[in-house]
Design a protein around this ligand. Sequence first.
Ligand code: ATP
Ligand code: MG
Length: 432
Amino acid sequence: MKYQRPKGTADILPGESEKWQYVESTVRQIFNRYRFAEIRTPMFESYEVFSRSSGETSDIVTKEMYDFEDKGHRHIALRPEGTAGVVRAFVENKLYGPEHNKPYKVYYMGPMFRYERPQSGRQRQFHQIGVEAFGSDSPVVDVEVMAMAMEILKSFNIKNMKLAINTLGDPETRKAYHQALVDFLKPHFDELSEDSKVRLEKNPLRVLDSKDPKDKEIVKDAPSILDYLTEAAQQHFTTVKALLDDLGIAYDVDTTMVRGLDYYNHTIFEVMTTAEAFGNKEITVIAGGRYDGLVQELGGPEMSGFGFGMGVERLILLLDEQVTKQLQDNLDVYVVGIGDKASPVTLKLVQSLRKQGFSVDRDYLDRKPKAQFKAADRNHAAVVLTVGDDEIAQSVAQVKDMATGVQKSLPFAEITTNFKKIYDDFRQSEGE
Ligand code: ATP
Ligand code: MG
């Protein structure tokens, strides 16, 4: 084959794209109820927007960025994640100003780009749906956003969900913990992976996030950050847990969980599930947390944020058949035309029905009636209209309800003015 899509990308074809639309429209409704509004930022930004926000030692920056120099010699990168661009826009548009809501709550959805080794649920162009809430330090925001994350997955009937939470405390906490972690890891230096040796130098917390099996083994016995929390950090975490309890949301505290970005503090969380689609391995579908300092790092005032990102590919792999099957059956009417004179007549009928709000299709290849009826079947048409020479002479069509097999001869005049009534009558008799 001459042309192939780039490695790690996917064509989302009809049959599949319905699932995407379903996911997007469902989350939009949920975001609307939680008062998050949509923000759309560019798919590429200055490289520094990402290197600053993800941190120079993150996997994203060290290995996964799609960056290039444009014709004006600017260092540009395709966005690897959503938060950095949103924070850049938040600062640039002064959305922290007094005329705006606080917390300022936005959501985004769209493609992200990471140079990764493609595998099931891991692509180079993939999609995220995410949210950010800026400007409140309240643990209530943490809890509401986590509750929303759980609600989203529940609305898609995702099973075996597990909410894992942890705290990274405040800067003082992390400083103390940093030291304890270095003291613990130093004696294991030679056994660590090459990546983790570098991490230990630059950002030891990231060693906890290593995917290397041997690193993971070492890290198991690492000191827990919970033993280093300041009083304020402890207070925040205790409140978050209490509020989750109040809402009846179950969670596990996972003290080895750290997040990829440098700016997270206080609450971080992941929602995981195990599913056949992923060989019954545990995978993370939603991940996020609280971050301070990021708004400031990108030139804004001191202001905290709380957000998450959801991997859409992974979510779609988790959708069960029940949901996805329904999405494809949506042809209301198929119009079958028989004989030489039928085409202009069926064209008018088709157009009239579409204007009345129905999804309608017909034949465009001069196919025989049998082939047309087959096409109607293949597209799961709810109703089939048939027009031949006799019908044209009498200005009527045969209207057949495909579920019950009931057929009626009905005048064009009625079909083109009030098909809704005809359609509803059929549907009603189906229910009887
Ligand atoms: P992982 O540890 O799996 O690499 P991550 O920490 O890089 O995940 P985040 O940056 O937190 O992931 O992104 C949030 C979510 O986006 C992930 O939980 C996942 O569902 C999805 N995601 C991340 N990278 C990819 C990818 N390359 N392809 C598809 N989905 C992805
Ligand atoms: Mg990753």
